[in-house]
Design a protein around this ligand. Structure first.
Ligand code: ADP
Ligand code: MG
Length: 342
């Protein structure tokens, strides 16, 4: 039997002490961390960028197939992704949790292992949080703080006609990974003896369980002195994010199906699920890649990165937002993907 320590045996303060006892802060700007009423940070003249995201059990995650360590990592990662989407460098996080007595102290240790792994990987300090009891379900809320050279943050609103539309990494993998986990869960519930078949599916399952914020893309763009005109992270599917940029910037765009980067395993699995891979990229979510626009004059520099694909370009608002399919047809982009009837 695995060890199970009841949360009640430690009490709230005992639990917080246990979860934060090995917390080490590394950022020079961390003036005051866990242990007081609030934390204090100094960004030494840089501007502060701040974002929050909640994750609710049953809405955003299913503990049946989500290891707690991965969940802790992901809760941090998705927030850091929002900072990347502003071109900011993540520096600090706070973590709020709502927990019921269904959880053991060991389970929360595991969750925090994931939180600390993400902090370590992305050089971010955990500087506080809150701990509450929840009547039903596990509730997680992370706030992430980052820094940026004054005025250098990139919003969704600066895309201009003629700009190149770019995306990092590849898309649709997280959606396919989720379908896979849901399928294996149904099979398990029907016949608990059957082992999940996740052989050769490490990439897509990894995409949903352990997303990585693209700090490397932000660093690369900075290094090459490329300033995107607009940027957003891909949490809801490519279509929806493109429409956000178009709306905020007051522009239209042409997206080319053949240019959308999709991993081989994603393609294979999509076909197994009878979903066109392009649909997974357009409508599936949680890829946490960066979608951005850059001036055409940066083309020569951009093509140097294998991690970035140019998938289209920005047009006048009057032209709307369209997908040009491999067959050469033009479809209006909708938040769900694309409208086959226009
Ligand atoms: P307060 O009563 O002022 O809200 P708490 O007892 O909730 O203080 O928290 C004590 C300290 O522990 C604070 O520094 C707080 O930021 C930190 N803390 C509380 N819960 C967590 C958590 N889940 N993760 C990280 N730090 C936490
Ligand atoms: Mg508190």
């Amino acid at each position: 039997m695995e060890e199970r320590t009841e949360i009640s045996s430690l009490g709230e303060f005992g639990l917080i002490d246990r979860l934060t006892q090995n917390n080490e802060t590394k950022q020079a700007g961390t003036l005051l961390s866990i242990g007081d009423d609030a934390a204090v940070i100094d960004h030494f003249g840089k501007q502060t960028v701040i974002t929050s995201d909640m994750l609710l059990e049953g809405v955003h995650f299913d503990l049946m197939y989500t290891p707690l360590k991965h969940l802790g990592y992901k809760a941090v990662a998705v927030n850091l992704s929002d900072l990347c989407a502003m071109m900011a460098t993540p520096t600090h996080i706070t973590v709020n949790i709502g927990i019921s007595n269904r959880f053991s102290v060991e389970a929360l240790d595991e969750f925090y292992e994931g939180v600390y792994a993400a902090c370590e990987r992305y050089n971010v300090d955990l500087i506080g949080g809150d701990t509450c009891s929840s009547l039903k379900g596990f509730i997680i809320s992370v706030t992430a703080v980052g820094e940026i050279t004054p005025g250098k943050y990139v919003t969704r609103a600066g895309a201009q006609k003629g700009d190149l539309l770019c995306v990092s990494g590849d898309l649709g993998g997280a959606y396919v990974g989720l379908q896979l986990l849901e399928r294996e869960k149904r099979i398990f519930l029907e016949s608990p003896g059957v082992q999940p078949d996740l052989q050769n599916k490490a990439y897509t399952v990894g995409r949903i369980l352990k997303p990585e914020p693209r700090t490397d893309i932000v660093d690369w763009l900075n290094e090459k002195e490329i300033t995107p005109t607009s940027m957003i992270d891909v949490s809801d599917g490519l279509s929806s994010e493109i429409l956000h940029i178009c709306k905020s910037s007051g522009v239209g765009c042409l997206l080319y199906e053949e240019k959308i980067p999709i991993n081989t395993e994603t393609k294979q699995m999509a076909l197994e699920f009878n979903v066109p891979p392009t649909t997974c990229a357009l409508s599936g979510g949680e890829d946490y890649e960066l979608l951005f626009t850059v001036s055409q004059s940066e083309y020569d520099k951009l093509v140097l990165s294998e991690k970035i694909s140019i998938i289209g370009h920005i047009t006048d608002a009057e032209e709307g937002a369209h997908l040009v399919t491999n067959a050469g047809n033009k479809h209006k982009l909708t938040a769900q993907g694309w409208n086959a009837f226009s």
